[in-house]
Ligand binder design. Structure first.
Ligand code: G3H
Length: 499
């Protein structure tokens, strides 16, 4: 495979780039012994090109008077539906690049594509039906009013490498439907898979409504942010990068931010938990896509009385998983996209071992290249780095507790607050844990692993884990602002406002 991405989307056209390029080296090799391979290249835009992209967006938005922000919402729905029809034709192409570029298994790659299509279609349906319903005017305090909504303006959308298609489009599409103009930048790893759908963007939307920037953030994002012209920034990735980008805006009060950040979701196993269920959910929760999910279970707490039994079950299940190339049948674990990930995970394992933990599963280890068989670490002391750092990879720390207050203390003092999983068969325990955790996390999963979906549910986090809420309904809200049309209640105004 070689993807020659030598264009970027500007002014509604795929403009050829003649400057520098980034070679894409893939560590997702067919076997552990195969050398990493070059699978394509993409443009490294410079500051001048990035500012032309911004100009294209500003022209399309035209201070809110452009064709797109003033287009009837139902017409915008038609354009997005056209886009998704065109995108559907690229299913195989995109799925294959997802496998080669970031290492999603075949099943996960197709599922990311299909889930994205479903999300877009559901968002269009929801928005269309909302726009078709006449909003009921309110009459209160002598004022008659109706509430409409308006776009925020220029939206800069940046998705993460682990869901480069899904989490990019699930922010772009609601931004577009609500009348914003979009500039999007794919993550550093996970650029090539966008190549097949660039034409669909160009064909479905008016000139300048969707634009891309490729390249180093400092060269392409910095000048765009420093211009002060971005109205909304949607970013999924680390808090450090989010803050660095946001702080470049000269008028931060004008910038609305929608952020999906790091997490360290705990699994809390109670004395009465069904250990078979708990170990299965922890397995999937910790290792789906090699643990490279913000929603992955990243710390497991188990009571001392159940610790040995649980850890044995978990370690055994981990050792049964097949590590292989994404295209192979039955593969559950795949190579990691970067060598530095392997080095980082090794650092975490070595640190935990030096502080008293053991690797308790047999098959653990680096098998060659970035083929990394997971480690189950037990018992992990609270001082270990992995107890606090987001591993974002296939290392599972299991910690022992004697009293539940130790776990609660850990969770309440954590910087992260996305989700938690609790394992128990007791209703009273569930109620107590909901009371305790409701101020710490945004979703409490009962006898189930953490996850984002289904996409009708609000997806957010507390503390350093998120800002703003995403879901089919909430994302539309996040990219728009309410507009109130109001007047003193009298016959004339009522006729003017309400009809
Ligand atoms: O990486 C974070 C994703 O939003 C997780 O989504 O729980 O559906 O895998 P997921």
């Amino acid at each position: 495979m070689y993807i020659n991405l030598n264009t970027y989307l500007i002014d509604g056209m795929l403009s050829e780039w003649t400057g520098e390029f980034q070679e894409v080296v893939s560590y997702i090799t067919p076997t552990p012994d195969t050398e990493a391979q070059v699978i394509g290249k993409y443009p490294l835009l410079d500051e001048e090109a990035a500012l032309s992209v911004l100009d294209s967006s500003l022209k399309a938005y035209d201070l809110g008077l452009g064709q797109w922000p003033t287009m009837h919402p139902l017409k915008r729905c038609e354009k997005v539906s056209h886009f998704v029809q065109l995108m559907k034709g690229k299913r195989d192409e995109v799925a294959h690049i997802l496998m080669a570029e970031i290492g999603k298994t075949k099943t996960d790659a197709y599922s990311e594509f299909d889930r994205t299509v479903e999300y877009i279609e559901a968002t269009v349906d929801f928005y269309r039906s909302k726009m078709q319903k006449l909003s009921q005017p309110s009459k209160k305090g002598g004022i008659t009013a109706k509430i409409m909504s308006a776009p925020r303006g220029i939206a800069l959308c940046m998705g993460p490498y682990n869901y480069p298609l899904n989490e990019t489009l699930t922010i772009i599409i609601p931004a577009l439907l609500t009348g914003n103009v979009v500039i999007f930048k794919p993550p550093r790893i996970g650029v090539l898979l966008h190549a097949p759908i660039l034409e669909a963007f160009a064909e479905a939307f008016p000139a300048g409504v969707v634009n891309t920037v490729f390249g180093e953030g400092q060269k392409v994002i910095t000048p765009i942010m420093q211009s002060g012209k971005v109205d909304v920034m949607a970013f999924i990735g680390s808090a450090k990068v989010a803050d660095a980008i946001r702080n470049q805006h000269p008028f931060p009060h004008r910038l609305h931010a929608i952020l999906g950040l790091e997490a360290k979701n705990p699994a809390i196993i109670m004395e009465d938990a069904d250990l078979e269920v708990a170990s299965n959910e922890c397995l999937g929760g910790a290792l789906s896509f090699n643990g490279q999910r913000c929603t992955a279970l990243k710390n497991i707490f188990v009571p001392r009385s159940k610790a040995d039994e649980f850890v044995q079950l978990l370690a055994h299940k981990v050792d049964q998983l097949k590590l292989g190339a994404p295209q192979e049948d039955g593969v559950k674990l795949t190579p990691l996209p970067e060598m530095s990930r392997v080095e980082y995970l090794q650092e975490l394992v070595n640190d935990a071992v030096a502080k008293g933990a053991r690797v308790v599963n047999q098959n653990y280890g680096v098998k060659g290249g970035t083929y990394y068989f997971p480690a189950v670490l037990f018992p992990v002391p609270i001082e270990a780095r992995i107890a606090h750092e987001e591993q974002f990879g296939p290392v599972i720390p299991v910690m022992i507790y004697d009293d539940l207050s130790e776990v609660i203390n850990f969770v309440t003092h954590s910087h992260y607050g996305q989700q938690a999983s609790i394992f128990t068969q007791n209703k009273e325990t569930v109620n107590k844990m909901i009371d305790t955790l409701s101020h710490q996390v945004s979703r409490i999963n009962i006898n189930s692993q953490c996850q984002r979906g289904p996409d009708n549910l609000p997806f957010t986090g507390r503390k350093d884990s998120a800002q703003g809420v995403l879901s089919i309904r909430e994302a539309l809200r996040a990219f728009s602002l309410p507009l109130v049309v109001a007047g003193k209640t009298n016959e004339l105004n009522e006729a003017l406002i309400c009809s």
